[in-house]
Design a protein around this ligand. Structure first.
Ligand code: GDP
Length: 692
């Protein structure tokens, strides 16, 4: 009654999933044998199905961890690959194909891989067993099976035939046992044969007397002995082939007296029983040591869990919920801070910059601007200019650019929100956030920018300004120009410091001199042309000695800097004039707006700002603030299935460690409970045995 094996096999599977150091070992049966010794046939006879890869080439390239689960009350027979997501596989041909594919996935360069394929088979007609099928030993190396392959296989088998595993050494009856690599390997680790079972296959290929002689266990004695089998199933068996095979085998052994003697064991059924018994005993022997080992691991896991996490539990679900909550929380905080005044500030700053650009282009670079304060109030030149400048502002695509500005700020901010802990671990999610942020904003963009453009339309024709607005505008403009002046000065200083005061002054003087010289030359050319002289002015091409002497002193980069410094000096001077003009009586009232274009443009900019922000707020911001948290819920919380939640949580290394340790602890606790139950049962049984 194999209760222990069944329970311990369950436990073994759990331990396999958490034990990476291979310290928690429960016995398994490892099947070793030379190629073509009939290893696969024996395994298939035990399982009752053809399911192992076949072919003239060596096809077993990875160990197969085969767990047989006896399901007494079920007609269902199927396999499962716990490492793959295939579910139940009922077709054993399909299992065979999958194993073949997994084997072939090991590259030729690698030859064999030590990474086992896990396969579980569930059936009412199989015993509870764990078997490990290993690549067959190869005898002679050749071109297809080089020496390294031979060594690799031996190494792999050596790893598996260690304690506490039970070795099933498969040898063919028609090959001298002295030549059996399997037996030789087993003898090295188990000299007495205490955990080695010899299986002699192909008994039908040798005379019964010779076959029986091998099985008598005298030539190469094994404590657990030899069993002879004939594992050749009759052709074309549908479904479970065990009965047909066993009948065939029984027919072979039945009438031969050589096999019906004490000490001679034959038949697949006998082999199965033997395996069950040996494994059960092995499990029994391992029970107490595994209890100790699990206890130790469990204590360590509990200790770590306490020390590292103060016994705090996490789940992937709670991590996802917390992470998204904090995202929404941070978003809310941002939304509270990014209200109308902030948007207004951003839009105003952008439009003020545009005002400065327009002023620089239309006024400050106009040489006549110094005459502006003295111009007649009906001077068409300046009247026309101020209209031009205000049109340049109102028709500069305010709808698009202000909306785009706010969209950009929002995008940047969402990027910032999703860049910090713990989103730095969740790249995919970050991309998703960016993508639905831009999706929401994109759907709002056109309506918003159209709305803004429509509502500012009147300002393109006429701008009505109250006195208060005007005074306010003048004040702000003065401040703005003073800031601009400051910037000019600081840039000029930067150049001066970089180049050196004296050097810069020299270069500037050179520039001014040559400018003046140029003017003089042009003057002379003009003069000559007026005098009717058609000869070109040739002196123009050559430089004077003096000029030749200083020219190399000024490299183009230095002159470039000097030109910049000169420009800044001029600009600073103009700005000072303009600031003075804006502060003068002339600019006190808006009737004189042509004298104070900077202020007038700024007043318009302020009106544009108010109007634009009003609509951006309603059409874009409020919508976005409303929708974003909902999208977070929809796309990042509700839409995830269990697996995606797990994957998400495990992207964060510290959460992964936490979950792993917690899972390990949980599984060890579970295993410990199961083991304690088994220990009690075992003690009961021994007590009863003593009394009986
Ligand atoms: P493996 O390479 O060790 O897995 O060997 P296989 O199980 O593939 O068997 C090798 C060959 O021996 C196959 O052609 C089998 O049909 C044949 N074979 C296996 N067992 C027996 C047996 O008991 N009797 C006979 N006559 N042939 C067998």
């Amino acid at each position: 009654f194999m209760m222990l094996t069944k329970k311990l096999i369950e436990i073994r599977s759990i331990l396999l999933s958490i034990d990476h150091n291979e310290t928690l070992k429960l016995p398994s049966i490892v099947v070793v044998g030379s190629q073509s010794s009939g290893k696969s046939s024996v395994l298939e006879a035990i399982v009752g199905h053809e399911f192992l890869p076949k072919g003239s080439n060596m096809v077993t390239r990875r160990p197969i961890e085969l767990t047989l689960v006896h399901t007494p009350n079920s007609d269902e027979e199927y396999g499962e690959f716990p490492q793959l997501e295939l579910g139940k596989v009922h077709d054993f041909k399909q299992i065979q194909r999958t194993l073949t594919d997994l084997n072939l996935a090991v590259s030729d360069a690698e030859c064999v891989s030590a990474k086992p394929i896990e396969l579980r088979i569930y059936s009412a007609s199989i015993p509870d067993l764990t078997l490990i099928d290993l690549p067959g030993y190869i005898q002679i190396s050749n071109r297809n099976q080089p020496e390294t392959l031979k060594l690799k296989i031996e190494e792999l088998c050596d790893k598996y035939i260690q304690e506490p595993n039970i070795i099933l050494a498969v040898c063919s009856a028609d090959v001298d046992l002295a030549n059996s690599t399997a037996l030789r390997a087993s003898r090295k680790v188990d000299p007495m044969g205490l955990r080695t079972i010899g299986v002699i296959t192909k008994m039908d290929l040798v005379p019964p007397s010779a076959g029986a002689a091998i099985l008598r266990n005298s030539e190469y004695p094994l404590h657990l002995g030899y069993i002879g089998v004939v594992c050749k199933a009759p052709e074309d068996v549908d479904g479970n082939m065990t009965s047909a095979l066993i009948r065939n085998e029984e027919n072979f052994f039945r009438n031969k007296f050589e096999f019906n003697q004490r000490g001679v064991n034959v038949g697949t059924a006998t082999l199965r029983r033997k395996l069950m018994n040996v494994l059960e005993q092995g499990m029994g022997r391992s029970l107490y040591s595994i209890v100790d080992a699990v206890q130790k691991e469990l204590e360590e896991a509990r200790y770590q869990f306490k020390v590292q996490y103060n016994d705090r539990r996490v789940t992937a679900e709670s991590y996802v919920a917390e992470t998204m909550d904090s995202l929404k929380h941070n978003f809310k905080e941002f939304a509270l801070l990014f209200g109308k005044p902030q948007v207004r500030h951003e839009v105003r700053t952008m439009l003020e910059q545009r005002v400065l650009d327009i002023c620089a282009e239309t006024y400050w670079s106009d040489p006549k601007v110094s005459d502006l304060p003295k111009a007649a109030s009906d001077d068409i030149y300046w009247l026309y200019k101020v209209d031009l400048a205000s049109a340049a502002l109102t028709k500069s695509g305010i709808g698009r650019s202000t909306t785009q500005l706010v969209v950009d700020i929002l995008m940047n901010n969402m990027e910032r929100l999703s860049a910090g802990e713990p989103f730095n671990y969740h790249n995919e999610t970050r991309k998703q956030i960016a993508s639905f942020t831009s999706e929401i904003l994109r759907t709002k963009f056109l309506t918003t920018s159209d709305q803004v453009e429509n509502t500012i339309k009147p300002y393109k024709y006429e701008v009505e300004v109250t006195d208060l607005e005007w005074q306010d505008g003048v004040k702000r403009t003065v401040a703005l120009l003073e800031k601009e002046l400051e910037m000019c000065d600081s840039m000029a200083n930067t150049i001066k410091n970089a180049v050196g005061k004296t050097k810069l002054r020299g270069a500037i003087k050179f520039l001014l001199d040559s400018e003046r010289e140029d003017q003089r030359r042009q003057e002379r050319v003009r003069q000559q042309q007026q005098d009717g002289n058609t000869e070109p002015y040739i002196e123009y091409a050559s430089l004077s000695d003096e000029e030749e002497a200083i020219k190399p002193l000024y490299n183009p980069k230095l002159l470039e800097k000097a030109r910049e410094a000169l420009f800044l000096r001029d600009r600073a001077m103009i700005l000072k004039y303009r600031i003075a003009a804006l502060k003068s009586r002339q600019c006190k009232t808006q009737e004189n707006k042509q004298y104070c274009p900077e202020a007038f443009l700024n007043v318009i900019a302020e009106k544009l700002t108010y109007t634009a922000v009003m609509f951006i707020q309603v059409e874009l911001l409020n919508e976005f603030f409303f929708q974003f948290p909902r999208e977070v819920d929809n796309r990042l919380v509700y839409e995830l299935d269990r697996q995606q939640i797990q994957r998400f949580a495990r992207e964060n290394p510290s959460i992964m460690k936490h979950l792993d340790l917690q899972e390990r602890k949980g599984k060890l606790e579970d295993v410990m409970d199961k083991l304690n139950y088994l220990v009690r049962k075992q003690a009961d049984r021994q007590a009863r045995a003593k009394m009986g």
